[in-house]
Design a protein around this ligand. Structure first.
Ligand code: SIN
Length: 302
């Protein structure tokens, strides 16, 4: 599915969208789109096709107000308003601030988002289908941007499994848990946000999903277990469950399946949470990093 060469997708000549693959496994830059300017239906379909073909797309040099980001996000589907909206963009509950910045003694955003491999909101019955992350401030060191985000192609990872593993995983389900996620971060000494209130805990009971899910658009099968959110395999003793998860997570870290995004201010990165899992690289300490995140609600995984 990942085209090796640049392609011009179908759109009227005046609005041609060019797609340039960025990584061998996934990721592509989409050129010719000015999101704030409003994009026509043909252009939008070209962007959507590129998203499904490459799982992660990068639209550089965007100048987006929160309203622009929301309007574009809504074209991909209904937005999910985070239950954990303590860090919403002021007056825009659809957008969450991802940032390490502290102003007047108050954290302006989630400072620990993405510290473990995950796929967005997999702890919900209906995890996010897409995420749109827009960069406003990116840290630098020695003239180079740091604070990258890594993406793995979970469909390619599934396809590379031996047939015996594929057969063994048929019908197997795994528990995804937000409480487990926060506890894991706390044990690693990485939790940087306020604990969940009892009401928030009630809104996020543990859920189970297939270990291998099928993409609703492409039909590709994707591994759907992550270090961040998957707590256990349903029906397996604890040690066997832990061993299977460790093995699948190690498989998902194969560099052959990974694209690492080096951010520039003005990047709008959009990803498909079925095909791509992601990880934020925390190598920037106190240097300012600020992005706005939007999530598009998905279906119950099958
Ligand atoms: C996230 O996982 O939501 C944030 C990713 C990042 O900050 O790079």
């Amino acid at each position: 599915m990942h085209a090796a060469e640049a392609s011009v997708l179908e759109a009227p000549a005046a609005t041609a969208v060019t797609v340039i693959p960025l990584g061998a496994a996934l990721g592509a830059e989409v050129k010719g789109v000015d999101v704030a300017d409003g994009i026509g239906e043909a252009q939008f379909q070209a962007v959507r096709d590129a998203l499904h073909r490459h799982a992660v797309i990068v639209l550089r040099n965007q100048h987006l107000s929160p309203a622009d980001q929301i309007a574009f996000s809504k074209r991909l589907g209904p937005m999910r308003i985070s239950f954990y909206n303590r860090y919403a963009v002021p007056d825009h509950p659809e957008l969450t601030v991802v940032s390490n910045i502290v102003e007047d003694g108050r954290a302006i955003g989630i400072a620990d988002a993405g510290m473990l491999w995950h796929t967005d909101a997999s702890y919900l019955r209906q995890p996010d289908m897409y995420t749109l992350l827009y960069s406003l401030e990116i840290p630098h060191e020695g003239g180079k941007a740091i604070g990258d985000t890594m993406f793995v192609n979970a469909a390619a990872a599934y396809e590379a499994l031996p047939d015996a593993d594929k057969r063994a995983l048929e019908g197997v389900r795994a528990v995804h848990s937000f409480t487990h996620h926060l506890e894991k971060k706390r044990l690693l000494g990485n939790l940087k946000r306020a604990p969940l209130t009892e009401a928030q805990k009630k809104e996020t009971p543990d859920v189970d999903h297939p270990v291998v899910r099928t993409h609703p658009v492409t039909g590709r099968k994707c591994l759907f277990v992550t270090e961040g959110h998957t707590a256990s395999i349903v029906g397996l003793p604890e040690d066997e469950s832990a061993a299977l998860l460790e093995r699948l997570w190690a498989h998902l870290k194969n560099p052959a399946f990974i694209y690492r995004h080096n951010w520039r201010v003005g990047d709008l990165v959009v990803w498909d949470n079925c095909t791509a899992h992601h990880l934020a690289v925390f190598d920037y300490g106190d240097r300012r990093r600020r992005l706005y995140r939007a999530g598009i609600a998905g279906e119950v995984p099958v």
